[in-house]
Design a protein. Structure first.
Length: 281
């Protein structure tokens, strides 16, 4: 039976559960459940802290896990990314009190608070900076105003928490993170692992695309196809009305409105965009 670790709470838990449900796996109904058995798919899910997941997967006790790239790097556990999941996007950055033009070199000799000490120590070593790293469990941004640190290194999502505490980010991001599916580095590809990965890839991909359907006079077809080339090529079917065709093509979700505008300008009618739930390409 395949054993899979899923974040039990925090920023990644909701989207991870939704993605697995969309991929056809049984999910927990009770927030406090630590395991869920999915006999139909021959999978057991373990709901764990995202920070602990690389440790379980790196030890080989669990076959696959969903966690953040930043957490995987910080754990130092021997895990490898199989798939980027497209949610939980963040950067991991240095930040210090606003009002001064900070550079990473200014951290030399300073106290730096973080809950990702390995990630920070590795980056400081790479840059040849010697600073005191203070490990905190969370709410790191408040440590400067409480006098425990001179600067921080922390996860930045919207940037709201930094602003609220009058901190500014500086230097290149230490890590650009998102939720990822990991396995133990160098571990064997099994049919079960490949299947779960393929199912999640289908959902991730489907979320990045939309299906576009429209009607188009045959003489405009070439121009319309140039706007919606699809992945391989669009499906073109005859309409009952002579001289018209129906076209169906996948379009990048980010560009869908622009593409619909362009199609309308060319003369396409009844342009419909719909969600794709999952796919295998
Ligand atoms: N505001 C955010 N926006 C986007 N991603 C975030 C945000 N906060 C955290 N993450 C991502 O979520 C993961 C850590 O999430 P989470 O907050 O659940 O863990 P934690 O901080 O260890 O736990 P907790 O907050 O429960 O103590 C990291 O991969 C991080 O990059
Ligand atoms: O840039 P923002 O959108 O404001 O998000 C960033 C904040 O979100 C996370 O905190 P979380 O809620 O996980 O609490 P924690 O600091 O206790 O981990 C992270 O540690 C930052 O504090
Ligand atoms: Mg957190």
């Amino acid at each position: 039976m395949l054993r899979v670790a899923v974040p039990n709470k925090g920023a990644l838990a909701g989207a991870a559960g939704e993605m697995l449900a969309e991929a056809g796996y049984r999910q927990r109904h009770e927030q406090r459940d630590l395991t869920v058995l999915d006999p139909v798919n021959d999978v057991e899910f373990f709901f764990l802290r995202p920070k602990d997941i690389p440790i379980y997967v790196g030890s080989g006790e669990l076959d696959l896990g969903i966690t953040g790239r930043d957490l995987a790097l910080d754990s130092g556990a021997p895990v490898e990314e199989l798939l980027q999941l497209g949610f939980g996007g963040s950067t991991f950055r240095y930040a210090a009190p606003a009002g001064r033009d900070w550079k990473p070199a200014d951290l030399a000799g300073k106290r730096l608070a973080t809950s990702y000490p390995r990630l920070v120590r590795d980056d400081l070593a790479r840059q040849g900076i010697e600073a005191e790293v203070i490990r905190l469990d969370g709410a790191v941004e408040i440590s400067v105003q409480l006098g425990v640190a001179d600067a921080v290194a922390d996860v930045v999502g919207s940037g709201r928490t930094l602003r609220q505490h009058d901190l500014v980010a500086f230097g290149d991001p230490i890590c650009v993170s998102e939720a990822v599916l990991v396995h133990r580095a160098g571990s064997q590809e099994t049919r079960a692992k490949t299947q779960l990965t393929a199912r999640l890839r289908g959902v991730v991909f489907a979320q990045q695309y939309m299906m576009l359907d429209y009607d188009c006079p045959r003489e405009l077809l070439e121009r319309a196809i140039a706007i919606t080339p699809g992945l391989q090529s669009p499906t073109v079917s005859p309409l009952a009305h002579d001289g018209w065709v129906a076209v169906r093509a996948m379009v990048s979700r980010k560009r869908v409105n622009q593409v619909m505008d362009e199609l309308a300008e060319v003369g396409a009618k009844a342009i419909l965009a719909s969600d794709i739930r999952s796919c295998r390409l």
